[in-house]
Ligand binder design. Structure first.
Ligand code: PLP
Length: 395
């Protein structure tokens, strides 16, 4: 069973008020797309509980090995190596995966404090290190494989590209398994990726004699994979694209997340009457208003007040009035619907294609959020229902 503290629905049809369908087949499809594009195995970034969607089921769906399933690292959907391992940001995220029986390689990209090393070792976590004393400490207390983190311009972690020289002393004695860098704005195609690429290339060349010949170099996030195409690195580290967002013409990503709720109230509002807190919307004629039990406490952001859209029985209906903590109101005048019917606030209705305006990217844009923030926000009290491959597979 998952160690997640978030509820999981096993029967979406019996779902109560509101829930998120997570399409694990779509996750696998997106991983295959990224793999085909990059041509090298993935470190699937499942930090922040799989961008809010459930690190354990996502990892299982991607073929990461678990104690109760055959070792799958290095094998995949199409028989070629798809997954090298998983990427997390904290020791606790690694612990949640291990508690669920995950035996895959796990890389932690965020710097650890020395006080966390012992647990990281117990969890067989691969840390990203860059400080000489940390590298020595890690080895001296029995730490295993680790990756050298190089800052080529994001300036938040890693050894500066122009200050790697002093590490030449320790590297021959403590050799990293991998060497990584991270892009500051690969999605903007502003030339910064090329500059960071060049710095990374220079660092790797300068350290070539003190790095193992087999060192695993990796830099590309989703945006870099999309724009670069075939990678000459050893691995790539996609996150957001696995979850169906940051669509790009070079990829054919499928929607993973579908936010659904049942209508709990329908009422008529007369001309001149307002709906919701602050009376931000007023009917100009008699309108039919449906209430769904989703609000900003569920991650359906307040900024979507009077801007959001939802699907009900194949029709697109507008959010009217302000989104409150627990409820959202929709103008359903033009659609035949009843209390108990399912509304989709993000993604596609079951059995229907996802409309362009309902994708994670589109809804995030309407909410003036990054798709990352939209996804990781959908977690507070929304149960998740897994559909597709791993559904019923012990997640
Ligand atoms: C989050 C993260 C990624 C994945 O980035 P996406 O833009 O979600 O693909 C890759 N590498 C590191 C170090 C990260 O922190």
């Amino acid at each position: 069973m998952t160690a997640s503290i978030y509820p999981t629905l096993t029967d979406p049809a019996a779902a109560g008020h509101a829930w998120v369908d997570v399409d694990l087949d779509a996750v696998r499809h997106n991983a295959a797309q990224l793999h085909a594009r990059a041509g090298v195995p993935l470190i699937a970034m499942v930090k922040a509980d799989g961008y809010g969607l459930g690190a354990v089921p996502i990892s299982r769906a991607l073929g990461a090995s678990f104690a109760d399933s055959p070792p799958a690292d290095g094998t995949d959907l199409a028989g070629s190596p798809l997954l090298w391992g998983l990427g997390v940001a904290t020791v606790s995220e690694a612990r949640a995966l291990r508690d669920a029986g995950c035996t895959a390689r796990i890389l932690c990209c965020t710097p650890l404090l020395a006080g966390e090393f012992a647990e990281a070792i117990a969890l067989r976590l691969r840390p990203a290190l860059h400080v000489e004393s940390d590298i020595v400490t890690w080895a001296s207390i029995g730490g295993g494989a680790w990756h050298l983190s190089v800052d080529t311009g994001i300036a938040r972690a890693g050894v500066r590209w122009d200050e790697v020289g002093p590490l030449r002393k320790v590297l021959p004695h403590h050799r990293p398994e991998g060497v990584l860098t991270h892009f500051q704005s690969a999605e903007q195609e502003d030339g910064s990726r090329e500059l960071q690429d060049e710095r990374f290339r220079v660092v790797c060349a300068a350290l070539a004699d003190v790095l193992p010949a087999s060192v695993l170099a990796h830099s590309d996030n989703s945006a870099a994979i999309a724009v670069r195409g075939r990678s000459d690195a050893s691995l790539v580290r996609p996150g957001i694209a696995l979850y169906g967002a940051q669509q790009h013409p070079t990829l054919d990503l499928r929607q993973v997340v579908h936010l659904r709720a049942r209508i709990v109230d329908i009422r008529l509002v007369n001309a001149g009457e307002s709906v919701g807190y602050g009376a931000t919307w007023t009917a100009t004629e008699t309108r039919r208003i449906a209430t769904v039990p989703v609000g900003y406490a569920d991650g359906y952001r307040r900024h979507l007040s009077n801007r959001g859209q939802a699907m009900v029985h194949g029709a697109r209906v507008p959010v009217v009035g302000r989104i409150s903590m627990d409820m959202t109101t929709l103008d359903v005048t033009d659609v035949s619907c009843a209390v108990g019917d399912v509304v989709t606030l993000l993604g596609g209705e079951a059995g229907r294609p996802v409309e362009a305006g309902m994708t994670t990217d589109a809804v995030a844009a309407r909410a003036e959020l990054s798709p990352y923030e939209l996804l990781v926000g959908l977690r507070l009290r929304l149960p998740r229902a897994y559909v597709g491959h791993s559904f019923g597979g012990g997640t």
